[in-house]
Design a protein around this ligand. Structure first.
Ligand code: NDP
Length: 285
């Protein structure tokens, strides 16, 4: 069996198009969604991510502002910028691009962002609300993963989901969201014993590790759905995921490619969260 390929690229484009119509409609009632993206230093990968976010803002009609700060930025200078953005009415969402230079405290920056502008969903209060199943900004990558799972057509109820990776931004929220949909969830990490056996028992595998093709294709159960969050650049320049795609796709029912899978969804979900914030700020939800 060869898997159907879940094209995050196509699904994200369709969602951006729908969102653009919604933004046009909102603008006629005086609501102009706005996103501020803060980037500190010159990390090349971060610059690409920020450019993609700006492009998506243009495409969807969202006002965007990029604040570029030098690598030498002090913690209090960055916090002052966040505070200023917190107070501005035309900014509905604030995103500080990570990683920050080593001397800056990412947790303190996340906590400084007003929760109602936390479109990245990283604030402890946003995550806490997710834990107790309350409405919140869900961080963009796991939110995108859930859309892709929905598109795969598999209902998660009663299914065994194995999440490989337990980061706060991907693995843990993805696991919680699957639990919310009544899956039985196993979270694996670097100390998990016999990862292959865990993966082999999964109806759905979500991998967010950051190691090229570390999940072997022959671990995948026949008919499973595979969502590969990893993005790894090989020495020859190729981009690959965390799953051995060519082998896994012969066993899976559905699988996401890298690139063109989870990556574009992350940006689309950021746009959706920004519009959600704007609607809430306008009090029309
Ligand atoms: P982190 O480095 O924060 O987390 C990696 C996780 O993988 C950790 O929980 C770690 O376990 C686990 N891990 C490491 N080695 C192993 C192993 N041998 N076996 C099992 N688990 C292991 O990464 P992120 O979650 O932030 O990102 C993961 C990947 O996803 C990266 O490639 C990143 O580039 C990509 N990514 C893609 C996005 C997109 O938009 N497509 C967005 C965000 C990330 P432990 O906790 O024990 O250390």
């Amino acid at each position: 069996m060869s898997a159907s390929v879940i094209s995050g690229k196509a699904i994200a484009a369709a969602r951006r198009a729908t969102l653009a119509l919604r933004v046009t409609e909102l603008k006629t009632s005086g609501v102009n969604p706005g996103l501020a993206v803060v980037i500190v230093g010159e990390d090349p990968a971060s610059e690409v991510y920020v450019r993609n976010k700006e492009k998506a803002c243009v495409e969807t009609g969202i006002y965007s502002e990029k604040i570029e700060m030098p690598t030498t930025t002090k913690q209090e200078e960055l916090l002052a910028v966040v505070q200023e953005l917190n107070g501005r009415d035309e900014i509905d969402g604030i995103l500080v691009q990570f990683p920050l230079p080593d001397h800056l405290d990412e947790d303190a920056v996340i906590e400084a962002i007003r929760v109602d502008k936390d479109v990245d969903g990283f604030h402890p209060e946003s995550i806490g609300r997710l834990v107790v199943g309350k409405e919140t900004f869900v961080s963009c990558t796991p939110a995108g993963v859930m859309v892709l799972l929905e598109e795969s057509g598999m209902s998660l109820e009663g299914k065994h989901v194995v999440v490989v990776g337990r980061s706060n931004n991907v693995g843990k929220p993805a696991a919680l969201l699957c639990l919310e949909q009544h899956a039985t969830v196993t979270i694996c990490h670097s100390r998990t014993q016999d990862l292959g056996a865990q993966v082999a028992s999964a109806d759905v595998v979500i991998v967010a590790v950051g190691r090229p093709e570390m999940v072997k294709g022959d671990w995948i159960k026949n008919g499973a759905v595979v969502i590969d969050v990893g993005i790894n650049r090989l020495p020859d320049g190729r981009l690959v995921g965390d799953v051995e795609y060519e082998v896994a796709k012969e066993r899976a029912a559905a699988i996401t490619p890298v690139p063109g899978g989870v990556g574009p969804m992350t940006v689309a979900m950021l746009m959706e969260n920004t519009v959600k914030a704007a609607v809430r700020h306008a009090g029309i939800e």
